[in-house]
Design a protein around this ligand. Structure first.
Ligand SMILES: *Cc1c(COP(=O)(O)O)cnc(C)c1O
Length: 391
């Protein structure tokens, strides 16, 4: 792509982030330092939960979230087939079984009725994803989970700052995980955050992210010898710690979160104003009780379009240096899921139909009105070319 490229996403890093990272570099505490705690406190405060545990990716957070709930072989976890692969892979990491259910075609989250009818005696949790930041049906999933005395757990990696009737994403479930890859609302380069009100789950996650060390162990101070518990390992753990340099990025980004969410709302609004009248496109549907934190801006082609036509439209946008993408291909149709579980086309028809017609458009904080106009005009041209081919 050339100088005039409009990428799909772009992190928003300012002098504040640089200053916080420099602070860590100059402090000599590059791991298990105070910046991680400051980042955890900032996220806990924002989400309104008691405990936050920083980890080195959203995916590692999801893994130890499931382990903290003692989910393992023979357990079924109800989840969505229309998501980033990590929300389902974490179920495979603990040798449990993903039970996919089809979507509500408006919100693109799981259809609550289908969630309810997928419950069996082996169901150990409902793992809900706020797809593209949309919290739709979280209250319905909560009610179903409560009725069956199983936990609702959240992959809220795409939803930092989203709320529904005043309740923040990350606080709908017993435990949830945010992600901070560079395309998310805020970034730490790589990183994630587990959030929960449950002290026992929080303790287990803290231990597992740090090699299964007991709680209350103390880190070796620079130059000093490690204390006894440093080399005690009470359970199978991992090195899922978030480096302090990454946490510093997170602290600065959290200070700017309201500004970031306002900018993203303005970009989404600008797209909606320009595209809502387009008969070839379906806009995202957002419930009136939702305050949306936009992760990406995804439109859908009308049902008359095929997957091939969508792919050609995306290829056309890319030829014009516009970063567009096909978020998301269905998880159950990924090669190793087909092989391991015998999934195939036709099993989740709504998810499959939706995923063949989505187009994620360039979306980031500083996308200008002029760039948005250019994206919209180019999209129009690409759609009309496909229509010419059809007639
Ligand atoms: C981003 C994301 C994750 C976590 O991704 P990492 O790259 O591991 O931080 C998990 N689930 C969903 C739905 C995501 O969008």
């Amino acid at each position: 792509m050339g100088a005039s490229e409009i990428p799909l996403s772009r992190p928003d890093i300012t002098a504040l982030e640089e200053e916080f990272v420099l602070r860590v570099l100059r402090s000599g505490r590059l791991s298990i330092g105070p910046m991680v705690e400051e980042f955890e406190e900032a996220v806990a405060r924002r989400v309104g939960c008691r405990h936050a545990i920083a980890v080195n990716s959203g995916t590692s957070g999801l893994h130890i979230m499931l382990r903290s709930l003692n989910i393992g072989p023979g357990d079924e976890i109800i989840t969505t087939p229309f998501s980033f692969i990590a929300s389902s892979n974490c179920i495979l990491y603990v040798n449990a079984t993903p039970v996919f259910v089809d979507l509500d075609p408006k919100s693109l989250n799981m259809d609550p009725d289908k969630v309810a009818s997928a419950i069996t005696p082996r169901t150990k949790a409902i793992l809900a994803v706020e797809t593209f930041g949309n919290p739709a049906h979280m209250d319905a999933y909560r009610a179903i989970a409560a009725r069956h005395e199983i936990p609702l757990i959240e992959d809220c990696c795409e939803a930092l700052g989203t709320s529904y009737r005043g309740r923040q994403a990350g606080s709908f479930g017993r435990i949830g995980v945010f992600g901070f890859y560079p395309n998310k609302q805020i970034t730490t380069g790589e990183g994630g955050m587990i959030v929960t009100d449950d002290a026992r789950l929080a303790d287990l996650c803290r231990s597992m992210r740090n090699q299964g060390r007991p709680l209350g162990w103390s880190a070796p101070t620079s130059g000093g010898a490690p204390t006894g518990s440093w080399l005690k390992h009470e359970r199978l753990g991992y090195n899922y710690r978030l480096p302090d340099i990454s946490a510093a990025l997170g602290v600065a980004q959290m200070k700017r979160l309201d500004e970031i969410l306002r900018k993203r709302q303005a970009v989404a609004q600008a797209y909606i104003e320009r595209l809502a009248g387009n008969a070839h496109l379906i806009m995202p549907t957002i419930d009136e009780h939702t305050v949306m934190s936009w992760f990406v801006f995804v439109v859908r082609l009308a049902t008359s379009y095929s997957g091939d036509e969508r792919d050609r439209i995306i290829a056309g946008l890319r030829r014009h240096d516009i970063g567009a993408s096909d978020y998301f291909p269905c998880i159950h149709l990924q090669p190793f899921y087909r092989e391991q579980f015998g999934f195939g086309p036709g099993m989740f028809p709504i998810a499959e139909s939706v995923s063949q017609r989505t187009i994620a458009l360039p979306f980031y904080n500083d996308l200008s009105e002029r760039e948005i106009d250019h994206v919209v005009q180019t999209l129009d041209v690409m759609i009309s070319r496909e229509n010419l081919k059809r007639t």
